[in-house]
Ligand binder design. Structure first.
Ligand code: ZN
Ligand code: ZN
Length: 244
């Protein structure tokens, strides 16, 4: 029996024991990913969005930045997001974050790739937004690092260096869910740090930070400030979803 036939039989048996399920409605699918019934419930963000904060524009704008970014810009220089945060995308993000559904990471990474690829090619380092060590210990994985892992698979030879060690989370912050923008900004102050012995690596570098959701941008702004204090030239961010 040839090795190819054995692999095919193993894959068929594997699909029978562990069928592929749509990560939104849990119906069986033939290939991994969102099923055809759920796909229209997701709103993908194409190129027509604010260059700095990733908010989609409802019309063709005159400028490439939104009013919020012109009045009070975040500390990161550019952002892109794959999906508008809605009922279905929320299920994907929360499933990945809280339900141990690491199989959702490649699905979200595939949606992030078209907008993120140009940023990855321009970056020196790819950094997942870190969890506080205590949260990492209880969750056992960082959802942002899982997204990085699958993004890097797209074209490894073109990609920036994966460098999760460049950013530490030094302040444990409570869930940000019901806080106002101002409360989020003050609770995230000083939350991140570049380890002093790694600042020579960050100096003049272009850094791309990956996270699951961009809400007010307070966490990512705080991370960008830490990287810029350490000398980073630019900080871009890419997330799976954007609260609009
Ligand atoms: Zn479905
Ligand atoms: Zn903006």
């Amino acid at each position: 029996m040839g090795a190819e036939l054995i692999t095919q039989i193993a894959a068929t048996v594997g699909r029978f024991i562990f069928p592929q399920l749509c990560p939104i409605c849990a119906s069986e699918v033939t290939a991994s990913g969102v099923c055809t019934a759920c796909w229209p419930s997701l709103t993908l963000i194409s190129g027509n969005a604010c260059r700095q904060c990733g908010t989609p524009f409802p019309y063709q704008p005159l400028l490439d930045r939104c009013g919020n970014c012109l009045r009070q810009p975040p500390d990161f220089d550019a952002a892109c997001c794959a999906l508008v945060y809605g009922e279905s995308s929320r299920q994907l993000v929360l499933g990945l974050k809280h339900s141990d559904r690491q199989d959702i990471a490649p699905v979200l990474a595939a949606m992030m790739l078209p907008n993120t690829l140009p940023m990855m090619m321009a970056a020196d380092y790819l950094v997942p937004l870190p969890l506080h060590p205590r949260r990492f210990f209880s969750r056992r994985y960082n959802q942002s690092a899982e997204l990085c892992r699958h993004l890097l698979r797209a074209a490894p030879e073109l990609m920036p260096k994966y460098a999760p060690e460049l950013l530490l989370r030094v302040k444990k912050t409570p869930p940000q869910g019901h806080k106002t923008r101002q409360q989020r900004i003050s609770s995230m102050r000083g939350a991140f740090l570049v380890p002093p012995h790694l600042t020579p690596l960050v100096k003049d570098a272009h850094v791309l930070v990956i996270d699951d959701v961009l809400t007010t941008g307070a966490s990512l702004s705080s991370a960008a400030r830490a990287l810029k204090r350490a000398g980073a030239k630019t900080v871009s961010v890419s997330t799976a979803a954007r609260v609009c």
